[in-house]
Design a protein around this ligand. Sequence first.
Ligand SMILES: NC(=O)c1ccc[n+]([C@@H]2O[C@H](COP(=O)([O-])OP(=O)(O)OC[C@H]3O[C@@H](n4cnc5c(N)ncnc54)[C@H](O)[C@@H]3O)[C@@H](O)[C@H]2O)c1
Ligand SMILES: [Zn+2]
Length: 371
Amino acid sequence: MNKFLVSTKIYSSINSLDVLKRFQGKKIWVVCDSFLAKSPAYTRLEGLLAPQNEVHLYSDITPDPSIAIVVTGIAQFNAVAPDIVIGFGGGSAIDAAKAIVFFARQQGQDIETCIAIPTTSGTGSEVTSATVISDPDKGIKYPIFEDSIYPDIAILDPSLVVTVPPAITANTGMDVLTHALEAYVSTGANDFTDALAEKAVQLVFRYLPTACVKGDCLQTRSKMHNASAMAGMAFSQAGLGLNHAIAHQLGGQFHIAHGLANSLLLPHVIEYNAKTNPRALKRYARMAKVCQFSAQGADDMAALHQLMNHVRQLQKQISIPTALHALNITDRQVHDCMPEIIRAAQADSTLKTNPCPIADQDIARIVEAIL
Ligand SMILES: NC(=O)c1ccc[n+]([C@@H]2O[C@H](COP(=O)([O-])OP(=O)(O)OC[C@H]3O[C@@H](n4cnc5c(N)ncnc54)[C@H](O)[C@@H]3O)[C@@H](O)[C@H]2O)c1
Ligand SMILES: [Zn+2]
């Protein structure tokens, strides 16, 4: 039996942030990082909230939010007792807000509305049932998937993304592509998630290169913002896979940006899944045909190669690193952590929906391929 849950109300396009004007007389708690707290985007957000509201700010979020950040956040949440929580920022701020609300609710505190306002086009966290929390001492990232974590409202205003620099645009854009491709070959895929994944992949190939070089183009940013949410809806229902299971460990061990970790692994994971699982090969081939990278009548292997060529070409176009050496991570560092990377990747909940299981030595081979 398939389930498709759409519980987040989505407002999109330029000036969709104006929807905030409708809240009156509420206690509003905004969760963001220190960069965004000082940005003109925050001033704009605050300006849209009617003066009858009481606005509080928690701006201590750091990339890959840790357990400590969430615990401090819960204490602040309890002190404020907000009606509305706004997660404002990239996936890190939105995940932190979602996690704080999730744990606070478990302790019996409730809120009226959880709002997610993304300022990167990448994680899709604004429409997912997921939050990812890090344990920096153990070098592990823990994804939590719970239906109660869906934000009530997502606001996709592309004007909030125009300030994202090219490297972060590239990293986050490759996260979108990885979400959509993992959802497409996942064991949980269905017609609904396929439709979203196909559209998201098409939009990424078409608009990500322009978003990296012409970041102020609102139409391009809007397409990538929508692609991010579509890929988020797809994977939130269908699940992810091996790519994220290993990427979470690379992020936890070496503090590599999440989208970059996914991008490094993507061609190798596609190759592994396609050669190990005939259904995955068929699905990648179908995606190549949907994107018109390959003729309808082409055989699956030829179509797969076209998809992989286009992924590598895209990586070149957006100048994203394709090896750990380029990030000053040495073979020695990787080999020292390899047993832990393998153990934690096998235990990562995202691996459950990969099209096929993977042996420890194959995880090691994939990680060695990106040295
Ligand atoms: N919940 C989910 O469904 C889900 C899915 C995938 C990833 N994640 C998690 O999300 C996190 C990554 O999120 P991310 O890739 O959006 O990065 P991020 O939130 O860590 O932000 C990256 C950087 O971009 C900056 N930034 C954000 N918006 C900006 C703007 N408009 N202009 C300029 N700079 C801006 C931030 O200040 C930060 O320094 C990771 O912890 C990852 O594990 C969550
Ligand atoms: Zn991701």
